[in-house]
Design a protein around this ligand. Structure first.
Ligand code: GDP
Ligand code: GDP
Length: 447
């Protein structure tokens, strides 16, 4: 049980790594190509739709350079259809990646879906590399040339399956990579906070209080362009950038917008932020709608502070009731940072800063690989994964593939049940904290 290897080729990166997003419709060979990039053969990602394959980042190393590869497979085309789904995927890549690799199946040619992706990616201000996959031999190169029609420049022929051209492709990807990853662009400025919650929980009241007590100090942020929709406020002696608050400050009448638009707006704010404050009204039961906002934060992988507003209204009965609701309804986010405030009286508002910092620290925690594996080795010895069909899977090693939020990949000789994955997550949290942040544990099976 103690034969946990160290990951073969991963250095300890410091700071954020450049991100390469691999996009394309299903079955064009994205996973096969990503496996080439990360240099581990036959890495089979556990087949849980939307859970383990959805935007998993892997750490890769080529020519001495560390970077993150994101396989954007695993999404489910809903009623909107494949072309819309891929357009969304491409939009997402444009927002988050440093280099985008669009994979097309050259043996099939450009389909409607490929065209939809190309249309979006032609607007990209990030380099886009068009890969013509499944060019297994010279004869199939004609199929690759046909992909010029996508308007993304020269198609680069590879065979992800056999490795043909994949080294040259990696060289090309590295060449296209910027000197510094895009995340560093806004480093140094105030941390970005999304203030979200269902209508009437007190979002406008809170942002108005923050801006009143701690005058907006837009000018002092040298060298950053402050979007007029954001507010910069000082809490606990530090500046914070509350994103997308124009509507809140002006108390625009949201009655005209349907819940659908409110939810899109919330999503955009969360996407733009590093930490989200979900505001709940302490005088009302925790509702479905509150839960949906929390889910949006988790799904976006942002750190989370839950603030109970209107604390001034609480009497003993409601307090006792609320404690019960928290135990029952917020059990899935036990890790979230929690604070009680009153936007009306100002009570507790300054404490927000400590909670924001705590959540951001958890979100950015990177556990050194050696420490992680020492811990896992002891853990597995104590509680090995349960046998399934006679043979117990062996955990070979664990690597932290990413931060913001922390993501772990467990390499195992067999399938690990959901119960055991949750156990791992729980113990990782006990050991390393990760307070205020979602974490992700996925499993890769290799013999
Ligand atoms: P994804 O859905 O885009 O991630 O596609 P996969 O990586 O799962 O590949 C889909 C299918 O195409 C699998 O059966 C692969 O073995 C096959 N495939 C991937 N790359 C190549 C290639 O370069 N040549 C050939 N002939 N088949 C490939
Ligand atoms: P929003 O829709 O989330 O922006 O909520 P508002 O800021 O418009 O607040 C909705 C209502 O709750 C208003 O009547 C506020 O005066 C009230 N409210 C906001 N914060 C507090 C608070 O801390 N205590 C009390 N008692 N009322 C509050």
């Amino acid at each position: 049980m103690s034969d946990i290897d160290l990951p073969p080729d991963l250095d300890e990166p410091t700071g954020p790594l450049p991100v390469v997003a691999v996009v394309g419709r299903p079955n064009v060979g994205k996973s096969t190509l990503v496996n080439r990039f990360i240099g581990r053969r036959a890495a089979v990602v556990q087949d849980v739709p939307g859970v383990t394959r959805d935007r998993i980042p892997y750490q890769a190393l080529w020519n001495g350079k560390n970077f993150t590869v994101v396989d954007t497979g695993g999404w489910e085309p809903k009623a909107t259809g494949m072309a819309a789904a891929i357009a969304r995927q491409a939009e997402y890549a444009m927002k988050t990646a440093d280099v985008i690799v669009l994979v097309v199946d050259a043996s099939v040619g450009a389909t409607e879906t490929d065209l939809a992706a190309a249309r979006v990616l032609r607007r990209s201000d990030r380099p886009v590399i068009l890969v013509a996959n499944k060019v297994d031999d010279e004869r199939s190169e004609a199929g690759a040339a046909e992909l010029w029609s996508l308007g993304l420049g020269e198609p680069f022929p590879v065979s992800a399956l056999h490795g043909r051209g994949s080294g040259d492709l990696l060289d090309l990807v590295l060449d296209a990579m910027p000197e510094a990853p895009r995340e560093t662009e806004d480093q140094g400025g105030p941390r970005r906070v999304a203030l979200v919650g269902r209508p009437n929980v007190g979002k406008s009241s809170l942002i108005n209080r923050l801006s009143k007590e701690e005058r907006s100090v837009v000018d002092s942020v040298a060298g950053t362009t402050v979007d007029p929709v954001d507010s910069i406020v000082t809490i606990g002696g530090e500046e914070w950038r509350f994103v997308d608050t124009a509507g809140l400050r002006r108390r625009v009448n949201t009655a005209s917008g349907t819940e659908y638009y409110a939810s899109l707006r919330t999503e955009a704010a969360i996407e733009a932020a590093e930490v989200a404050v979900v505001l709940l009204a302490a005088d009302e039961v925790i509702s479905e709608q509150d839960q949906r906002v929390i889910t949006q934060v988790i799904e976006a992988g942002r750190s989370l502070v839950i603030a109970f507003n209107k604390w001034d209204t609480l009497d003993e009965d409601r307090h006792a009731q609320l404690e019960k609701e928290i135990d029952r309804d917020l059990a899935r986010v036990k890790w979230a940072s929690r604070v009680n405030i009153s936007a009306l009286t100002g009570r507790g508002v300054n404490k927000l800063a400590g909670h924001l910092k705590e959540a951001l620290a958890g979100w950015e925690t990177r556990v050194p690989t050696a420490e992680l594996n020492t811990f896992i080795r002891a853990l597995v010895q104590e509680t090995p994964p349960p046998a399934r069909g006679g043979r117990a899977p062996k955990i070979k090693y664990v690597t932290q593939a990413d931060i913001r939020p922390p993501r772990f990949v467990v390499f195992s000789t067999g399938f690990l049940e959901a119960g055991y994955r949750r156990f791992l997550e729980r113990r990782l949290r006990e050991q390393f904290g990760f307070h205020g942040t979602p974490i992700d544990v996925s499993v890769k099976v290799r013999e």
